[in-house]
Design a protein around this ligand. Structure first.
Ligand code: DX5
Ligand code: ZN
Length: 219
């Protein structure tokens, strides 16, 4: 697969409904929802209450990225809010295997995200249990930051590991991705591309531009 998951963090929050309609109308299948708690990351965004209100407005797949400490406390709330994919941070979980099992037991797809400084090897013993790995290409907390170049090798190494082990795990990449650098991210092995500030700067045109680029890599 190769799909775009626009990050709502860069949307106009006074017009979320119409922002989402534009994505829907332009054939976007995934919506990336960034949840920040002011503890794991130095910023606070929104939580399950907002996601629940957005849920009836679209059929897009809700790709929820939890940047919160001890996420087990809120897994049920995000299930009730309508999350389809629930991604937690490796760095925020004391018992990652337990968290992963818990999310799956509620019928959601499960992802684990790695900060830029975290080695992919930490996932060796849970990789086969995951639906998705989210590689952060910025330090989480804010939209509009610059892509950290070392993420490219990390994506390549993760993809190689997934292939070697013959697993079916989606590689998602998040942070600083733009139409100008997305080719490198795709060629490194990304399947699901998060883009926030770049998409929302000029929604229809950028979505079209991403789709044009994706066509060259149809898998
Ligand atoms: C960063 C978030 C990202 C962010 C991406 O902490 O996880 O999803 O919104 O925004 P851009 O694409 O602007 O880097
Ligand atoms: Zn994110």
């Amino acid at each position: 697969m190769l799909e775009l998951s626009p990050s709502l963090l860069s949307a106009d929050f006074t017009n979320l409904k119409s922002e989402m309609e534009v994505l829907d109308k332009n054939g976007v299948k995934y919506l990336h929802l960034d949840v920040m708690d002011g503890m794991f990351v130095p910023n606070i965004s929104f939580g399950p209450m907002i996601i629940k209100q957005l849920r009836p407005l679209t059929n897009m797949i809700f790709d929820v990225h939890l940047m919160i400490e001890d996420p087990d406390r809120y897994v049920q709330n995000f299930k009730d809010a309508g999350a389809d994919i629930l991604t937690v941070h490796y760095e925020a979980c004391k018992h990652l295997h337990r968290t992963v099992s818990y999310i799956k037991s509620l019928g959601m797809k499960v992802g684990v995200s790695l900060n830029p400084a975290t080695n992919i090897d930490v996932l060796d013993y849970v990789l086969e249990d995951l639906d998705l790995v989210l590689i952060m290409s910025v330090n989480p907390g804010f939209g509009g930051q610059s892509f950290i170049p070392s993420a490219i090798d990390k994506i390549k190494n993760l993809k190689a590991k997934i292939r070697e082990r013959n697993l079916n795990v989606i590689v998602e990449v998040d942070g600083g991705v733009k139409t100008t650098n997305v080719k490198d991210v795709i060629e490194a092995g990304a399947d699901l591309i998060v883009s926030g500030s770049d998409v929302f700067a000029d929604k229809e045109n950028r979505i079209r531009a991403y789709k044009e680029i994706f066509k060259n890599y149809e898998k």
